[in-house]
Design a protein around this ligand. Structure first.
Ligand code: IPD
Ligand code: CA
Ligand code: CA
Length: 270
């Protein structure tokens, strides 16, 4: 399996999808609600996915494809390789013409180990990409996680789930625990890009729960290939794929994990 050749094809497709999104950008959008009032899909999500999925089918007929707006397709779900596609990560931003959203594409093996990741922000023309064992880049320049060694010097990024109104586990307690002890916090609204910003050393760390593989798999690979650590909230990988994610350089990762563990004990006690 030539990961770099697959990466090149994925990049080409992501750039096409990004160009399609730019046709709709900075204009009024057609919005439809999904699971609740916070969770929307636009004409841009659908148009982007309509470019990506057929192009992947054509290039990789033996691969399974999981795309956020259309579910699974292509080869059966137990195929050796599978793609996770988010046609617009950061739809809420896209819908308001805020220039922080991305196309996110990741290839994984059957055991969900990420092999190739591509995350593209078409407004800033920033292309983050990684292939396992070949490093991570932003517009062809190698990426490295930051060297921050304490939370007091760190900018952390996170996000809040669409179930935030009804689920008590909505990240407010964790946000409140970090706020007084870090340099600052950000909620930018595209987990895929947020993770790439960690890979680029722009953010020092990231945490979020209730993500899906299409939100985070490409970014996870970019961080690992940029020398960072990504685990679930217990420091393992069991719940990693979206359910719980902590990312950062090796020194900060442990500190982020500790704050989250303490906050969650408080949630458990009620
Ligand atoms: C969302 C974004 C956001 C994160 C949400 C995701 P979407 O993806 O990644 O940053 O906080 O949990 O669902 O809906 O814009 O594709
Ligand atoms: Ca997403
Ligand atoms: Ca999406």
């Amino acid at each position: 399996m030539n990961l770099q050749a697959i990466q090149a094809t994925a990049i080409e497709i992501a750039l096409q999808a990004g160009a399609e999104l730019m046709r709709f950008y900075d204009q009024p959008h057609q919005e439809m609600t999904k699971q609740n009032i916070y969770d929307i899909v636009t004409e841009g999500d659908k148009a982007s996915e309509a470019i990506i999925v057929p192009a992947l089918h054509k290039a990789f007929p033996d691969h399974h494809i999981v795309a956020e707006e259309g579910g699974g397709s292509g080869a059966p779900a137990d195929a050796e390789y599978r793609w996770y596609i988010d046609p617009v990560d950061g739809t809420t931003n896209f819908a308001n013409n805020i220039p922080y959203f991305s196309v996110s594409m990741a290839l994984a093996d059957r055991d969900n180990n990420p092999l190739v990741g591509v995350v593209y922000n078409p407004v800033y023309n920033e292309l983050f990409t990684a292939a396992r064992g070949f490093g991570a880049t932003l517009n062809n320049k190698p990426l490295h996680v930051s060297g921050a060694d304490s939370l007091s010097k760190a900018i952390l990024c996170t996000g809040f789930p669409y179930t935030r109104a009804t689920n008590q586990d909505n990240n407010l307690i964790e946000w409140g625990a970090f706020l007084p002890i870090v340099r600052d916090l950000r909620r930018f609204g595209s987990a895929a890009l947020d993770l790439c910003f960690v890979a680029a050393g722009r953010f020092d760390g990231f945490w979020e729960a209730h993500l899906n593989p299409w939100d985070c798999m490409a970014g996870i690979l970019c961080i690992r290939e940029a020398g960072g650590l990504v685990t679930d909230y217990s420091g393992g990988e069991t719940n990693l794929l979206g359910a719980e994610l902590i990312a950062g350089n090796r020194l900060l990762h442990a500190q982020i994990m500790e704050v989250i563990a303490t906050s969650r004990q408080a949630i458990a006690k009620g």
